[in-house]
Every structure is written in structure tokens, then in C-alpha cells.
Ligand binder design. Structure first.
Ligand SMILES: Cc1cc2nc3c(=O)[nH]c(=O)nc-3n(C[C@H](O)[C@H](O)[C@H](O)COP(=O)(O)O)c2cc1C
Length: 341
């Protein structure tokens, strides 16, 4: 499937979450363990990303006392407008947590109704709420009443194929005063298997009057714009595709403008990995920064022969210095390359 320049020109590039303007409408998906302040700032710095979100944070862990040392909610002013995502299933508790994160500086509060992890669903949080929509409605109304910033919902298509309820969920959310929806159109049972069915995003878009964002399997710039065109969604969220290719937002913006797309050279990729490591080291102990690099390199598109060796080398690293040497040694033969490889 291809998209013509004329079609691209007709695509929306902005949407509003109440008074908050999101432009461009290609945004970073929340990812636990990944979208911390470092990842968010490095993505925003590359350009083309219209909105970022914290990782999911358990509402029970955000009492005013705990807030100061809650690293999941650390952020810098340049990340704003910033979404903070909460999980929980007790209306008063989630509402109190929402009021706390509003105090902390959240511009948007997002409720997680999609996480499939048994640790989360076991406690009735995340996608478990899809099995109890009246309760979801109570949580959303309580949060809405407790804060003055917009409240959004991120959800899945249903618990399993026999219990698809994305339209009903979307309508309950709209009735509760939710300002925008993001649908990852897989079921909880699917977790990350199969394909995200973007036809479901289109159905939700036709069923409600609030902005609808689609999330799932977007892997390059053309794909992002095709999803936007075919689903009629107001925006597109990119998660794993941004770990694979952090320039995906910039490239999408360039494709829209009809400019040549930036293609990173090996030197750009090394610089990116080093910058990521440096930014992590500025925020956390060496051991955690090293773990972050290990996690990213597992998904990052190195795109050179022998990248499996690089991944193994970084994973084996017992220190930041060792990991840096692995990176330098691997990229060294390609540093003179002026073309993407
Ligand atoms: C490692 C990882 C962590 C995730 N954590 C969250 C989360 O904290 N909150 C959330 O709403 N979705 C979370 N998701 C789901 C993503 O936001 C997104 O909806 C999903 O990965 C599909 O999009 P993608 O194919 O672009 O990754 C996570 C996904 C991954 C891969």
C-alpha cells in the first residue's frame, strides 16, 4: 500500500485534548521500563513527536509522601505538555492519585485500561477493567471530578475475542467526560501476538465525538501516515517502533513535508546510543543506566552486519566502561560511512 503526496497533504496533523494542542499528531506510546524522562527527552530532541507520556504508575504508589522519590514521575519542563499515566481500580484511590500527579505537574492524566501483564490484571488493574466496565466508568468519573486537567483513557479491544467491547468502552469513557482515547486494538489475551487490527480504531473513531488515537505495529513513517489515512484516527501512537528507530517521528514529519527523510549513518547511531547512555548516567546509578542501555540495544535497529554480536557484547557488559568499549569497537569500522547502512 502506498500513500500519495496529495493524500498526505489532506491528513490531519493536529488534535486537541480539551485545550491542549497536540501537533504533530504522531506521539510516543507509554512503555513501562522504557519511556522514562531520558527516553522521552531524547525522542523529543530528535523532533517530530507531538506528545509523550510517563510509564504506567500504580495509583497506590503516588501518595503525597511518596511523590518526591517517585522516579517514574520525574520529568523536565521541556517535556510538556506531559501525560502521566496511572493504573488502578478503586475510584477514590485513583482519584486521589490523580490529584497528586496534577499537583506534580501533569498536563494530562491517562488511565491505563490495557496492560495485559498478570501482575497488573491480577490486582484488577489495566486490562482487567475491561471485564468490569461499570467499575471503569466509576474510576473515570471519580478521576474526572478530582482534577482540572484533561483525563484520557488508553485501552485494548477487549479481554479476549469472545469479549470484544471496545465500542462500549469508548462510549462509557466519552460519557464520563474523557477528553481523548487511545486504542491498542489487540485483546488482553493476544498480549502482543498477531496483528493490531486498525479496523477497530476506525470503528471507535466513527462511534465517538472525542479524539481517537490508534496504537499498534507502526514501524515506519509511511506506515504511520497510512494508518492515519485508513483509520481516520486523530493521531497515531508509536511504541516499539520508536525503540527500533528513534528517528521515526522526525521521518514522518519530513515525509509529510515532502522532504527527503533523514537516514541515520552508523556514526549517528553510535552518537545516539552514547547520548542515551550519558543521559541515563545523569539520572540514575551506573548499574541502572547500563540496564537501560541493554534494554534499548535489544530493540534498537543497529542495521549493520554482526549486530547480534554487538547486542551480546553489551548484554555481557559488567560496567558502563565495558559497554562503551563494545559500542566503539563495533561501530569503529563504519565511522567514515557518510551514507546510511
Ligand atoms: C515494553 C512495553 C511496555 C509497555 N508499557 C505500557 C504502559 O506502561 N502503559 C500503556 O498504556 N501501554 C504500555 N505498552 C503498550 C504500548 O503503549 C503500545 O500500545 C503497544 O506496544 C502497541 O504499540 P507498538 O506496536 O507501537 O509498540 C507497553 C508496551 C511495551 C512493548
Amino acid at each position: 500500500m502506498t500513500i500519495t503526496f496529495e493524500e498526505i497533504q489532506n491528513l490531519p496533523d493536529t488534535y486537541h485534548i480539551d485545550h491542549i494542542r497536540v501537533s504533530p499528531n504522531i506521539i510516543l506510546a507509554p512503555m513501562a521500563g522504557v519511556t522514562d524522562t531520558v527516553f522521552r527527552r531524547i525522542i523529543l530532541g530528535l523532533g517530530g513527536c507531538g506528545l509523550v507520556s510517563t510509564e504506567m504508575t500504580n495509583a497506590a504508589s503516588v501518595s503525597p509522601k511518596a511523590l518526591k522519590r517517585h522516579h517514574l514521575l520525574d520529568f523536565y519542563p521541556e517535556e510538556r505538555p506531559l501525560t502521566m499515566q496511572l493504573s488502578g481500580n478503586e475510584p477514590e484511590l485513583v482519584a486521589a492519585a490523580a490529584a497528586n500527579v496534577e499537583q506534580l505537574g501533569a498536563d494530562i492524566i491517562d488511565i491505563n485500561c490495557g496492560c495485559p501483564s498478570p501482575k497488573v490484571t491480577g490486582g484488577g488493574h489495566g486490562s482487567a477493567l475491561l471485564k468490569d466496565l461499570p467499575k471503569l466508568g466509576r474510576v473515570l468519573r471519580a478521576v474526572k471530578a478530582a482534577v482540572s486537567v484533561p483525563v484520557t483513557l488508553k485501552f485494548r479491544a477487549g479481554w479476549d475475542d469472545a469479549r470484544l467491547n471496545y465500542i462500549e468502552t469508548a462510549k462509557i469513557a466519552e460519557d464520563a467526560g474523557i477528553a481523548a482515547l487511545a486504542l491498542h486494538p489487540r485483546t488482553k489475551e493476544q498480549a502482543y501476538k498477531g496483528r493490531a487490527d486498525w479496523g477497530r480504531v476506525a470503528e471507535v473513531k466513527r462511534s465517538v465525538g472525542i479524539p481517537v488515537i490508534g496504537s499498534g505495529d507502526v514501524t515506519d513513517a509511511a506506515d504511520a501516515l497510512l494508518r492515519l489515512r485508513d483509520s481516520g484516527a486523530d493521531g497515531v501512537m508509536i511504541g516499539r517502533g520508536a525503540m527500533d528507530n528513534p528517528w521515526i517521528f522526525l521521518q514522518t514529519a519530513q515525509l509529510r513535508r515532502g522532504e527527503p527523510m533523514f537516514e541515520p549513518t552508523p556514526a549517528d547511531k553510535l552518537a545516539f546510543l552514547n547520548q542515551y547512555l550519558d543521559m541515563c548516567l545523569a539520572e540514575m546509578p551506573d548499574r541502572l543506566a547500563l540496564n537501560k542501555l541493554k534494554q534499548l540495544i535489544g530493540q534498537f535497529n543497529v542495521g549493520l552486519p554482526g549486530s547480534a554480536t554487538l547486542r551480546a557484547g553489551v548484554h555481557r557488559s559488567g560496567s558502563v566502561a565495558y559497554a562503551r568499549t563494545e559500542l566503539e569497537r563495533f561501530f569503529e569500522p563504519y565511522m567514515a560511512a557518510t551514507v546510511p547502512m
